[in-house]
Design a protein around this ligand. Structure first.
Ligand SMILES: Nc1ncnc2c1ncn2[C@@H]1O[C@H](COP(=O)(O)OP(=O)(O)OP(=O)(O)O)[C@@H](O)[C@H]1O
Ligand SMILES: [Mg+2]
Length: 629
């Protein structure tokens, strides 16, 4: 059952922190008991004063009498001292009470966040193809916070109210069990209503959390696309779109707020019913002389006193329901399978970097079917949950090749022909079918991932700059972290440009710093990959945004870099691949031509054709640059 499962999960979260919670709850009991007891000694002090003034005998308050202590055993001073001591203990204990429930709840939040990040880092590209960053962001913030609120204030307020309510009930029973039972008549109704309320709270809160994911994604997208939006003067369009989402989110929140605002007054109403019952029945008892007036008044007072804790009780339930809903969302995320991980007998790589690809075919999972905007929101969310995807997208068909260690391979082909897909499969960003990609004779699926990714490194087509210094961006995965970044940027013909930046290699890049041009980013990607010093180096279209002269310089340097390494150069341009030992042409995922530059020119196919086209345009380019000088 859902509830038993959730209780189990709750206890699992609690277990490592039970010491801290025990301290916190002990402090809570101390606060409650000392706070309740302090006024008794105040009363004793007043009674003693009164007795000494009037010379009459001192009365012992019932609470003390129950414990068998007589007021006469106190002096005025000792009673006041007792009062002061109890008040001090109450206030001193308040600190550990708050700390030992808040601190473990933050630690639990921290543990969950670490677990989230570890899981995120181990998921493969295909997971990221399917998910929205907004959803992942709201899991890390809003959902973890809801769990934390449950484990902190939720636990504290929940136990506090339970404690107070049971104390008050105990006193009520002691005064008159008959009247207490009468007062409890609305209880089943309260239970029923609370049950309804907490279900509604759970569902509505879950809907809000899902929506936060969407809203976060919208915000992120508007922010990321701001250049395009402003560049095309589409601010209104994006603003309207955002407004729609924002309104929807508002509506869902109102839906949630309504149930909450409904709960407290209704609970109060039921307490009121209890009040009326006690008033009528108790009044009759007083009239019939089966109850003293004092007890009756005390009873009414106690019943009213309960409404405070009842509101606390409602709040605690709401925190628990929210925490439960969020914990479920987090658990669902952790249940996503890690598709690419070390197999049981994974071993480290040994060898020089010889590659064999055997009849490799690959298809991407199709994109999610788009939700119909006009659809009823209830069915729309149900659809989003079942992950319906369209037809898979075929990217590679029966690709085979052999690349001896130390040799270079050029891959050329039109846009969308599968070049990057092949590169991604070589580093296992996506999972190639079993037995299709062998590195030095071993299926890459049987190699330890870390070892594979140290051996084969790819400079991707679009690289990412972290908000960090130029130097640390270049040395991200450097084999020798203490090495000089200049060595690698020099090879990528980037050094002189980086030096010109305001703070040279200490300049901040990324969101918090300067941005590099497309061509500079590409060369940074090359430098980063070279710094990793891999046995197999793959450059995925890393020269497309540099001018002919820079490309020539880099290609010249690459000959040195590739010395003693296996190299793969992916490009649209013949010039980038012509010196490779082996060149393949990809067309719609198939290898249609293969050989050396000379052989392919000879064959007079696609390669020869684009070679001719590109020579023409290069001649033209050279001519124009020559004229400019
Ligand atoms: N993450 C992905 N999810 C789904 N389909 C993809 C994904 N990446 C690529 N594809 C599809 O796979 C096919 C091959 O893409 P790939 O990126 O390998 O081409 P490419 O040869 O590198 O093209 P380009 O020269 O433009 O970089 C294309 O049809 C593309 O739409
Ligand atoms: Mg590509």
């Amino acid at each position: 059952m859902r509830l038993t499962h959730d209780i189990k999960r709750f206890r699992e979260l609690l277990r490592p922190e039970r010491g801290a919670y025990a301290l916190g709850l002990f402090a809570l009991f101390m606060v409650n008991i000392t706070e309740a007891a302090a006024p008794i000694f105040m009363a004793v002090a007043i009674d003693l004063t009164e007795a000494s003034l009037t010379g009459s005998a001192v009365k012992t308050p019932p609470a003390l009498a129950m414990l068998g202590i007589s007021a006469a055993s106190f002096t005025i001073i000792s009673a006041i001292l007792c009062y002061l001591v109890l008040q001090t203990v109450a206030n001193v204990a308040r600190y550990p009470m708050l700390m030992h429930t808040a601190v473990p709840s933050h630690r639990i939040g921290q543990t969950l966040r670490r677990k989230l990040v570890t899981h995120l880092l181990s998921l493969s590209q295909s997971f990221y193809d399917r998910s929205r960053s907004g959803d992942l962001m709201s899991l890390a913030t809003a959902d973890i916070n809801a769990v934390r609120m449950m484990m902190g204030p939720g636990v504290l307020v929940g136990i506090d109210t339970l404690f107070i309510v049971s104390m008050v009930l105990l006193v009520m029973f002691a005064l008159s069990w008959e009247l207490t039972l009468i007062a409890l008549i609305p209880l089943p109704l309260i239970a029923l209503f609370t049950n309804f309320f907490s279900h509604a709270e759970y569902n509505r809160f879950e809907a809000v959390q899902e929506d936060i994911g969407e809203l976060t994604e919208r915000t992120r997208e508007s922010y990321a696309g701001i250049r395009i939006i402003q560049g095309y003067a589409r601010e209104d369009f994006d603003g309207d779109r955002f407004q729609d989402y924002s309104l929807r989110h508002y509506a869902k929140n109102m839906h949630l707020a309504r149930i909450r605002s409904f709960f407290d007054p209704t609970l109060d109403l039921m307490m009121g019913a209890s009040n009326v019952l006690v008033f009528v029945y108790g009044g009759l008892m007083v009239v019939e002389n089966t109850m003293t007036l004092g007890t009756f008044v005390a009873f009414l007072f106690l019943i009213n006193y309960l409404s405070g804790p009842m509101i606390g009780f409602g709040w605690a339930i709401s925190l628990f329901q929210r925490g439960r809903a969020s914990l479920r969302r987090l658990d669902a995320f952790w249940d996503t399978k890690i598709e690419i991980q070390n197999s049981e007998e994974a071993k480290p790589h040994r060898g020089d970097g010889g590659l064999v690809i055997k009849d490799l075919s690959f298809a991407y999972a199709g994109p999610k079917l788009v939700e119909d905007e006009d659809e009823d929101p209830q069915t729309a969310t149900a659809d989003a949950k079942d992950d319906r995807t369209s037809e898979p997208i075929r990217a590679l068909e029966g690709v085979s090749l052999e690349l001896a260690a130390g040799q270079t391979l050029g891959i050329i082909g039109a846009v969308g022909s599968g070049k990057s897909t092949l590169a991604r499969l070589l580093v296992r960003l996506y999972e190639p079918p079993e037995g299709t990609v062998l590195l030095d004779g071993v299926d890459i699926r049987d190699l330890e991932l870390e070892s594979l990714r140290e051996t084969i490194v790819m400079a991707p087509q679009n690289t990412f700059l972290f908000s960090d210094t130029v130097a640390r961006n270049v040395m991200l995965s450097a084999a020798d972290p203490d090495g000089e970044p200049e060595t690698f940027t020099e090879l990528a013909s980037l050094h002189s440009e980086l030096e010109e930046l305001k703070e040279g290699y200490d300049t901040m890049l990324g969101e918090r710093g300067v941005n590099l041009s497309g061509g500079q980013r590409q060369r940074l990607a090359i430098a980063r990959a070279i710094a990793a010093d891999p046995k197999v180096l793959i450059l995925d279209d890393c020269l497309s945004a540099v001018d002919a002269r820079t490309e020539e310089a880099i290609l010249g340097n690459l000959r040195r870099v590739f010395d003693g390494r296996t190299g793969v150069i992916i490009s649209h341009r013949v010039r980038a691949v012509q010196r490779c030992d082996q060149i393949i042409v990809l067309e719609e995922g198939r290898v249609t031509e293969r050989g050396t530059h000379a052989e392919l020119i000879e064959a007079n196919g696609y390669y020869a054709r684009i070679a001719a086209e590109q020579t023409d345009s290069e001649d033209h380019e050279d001519h124009t640059t020559g004229a400019a000088e």
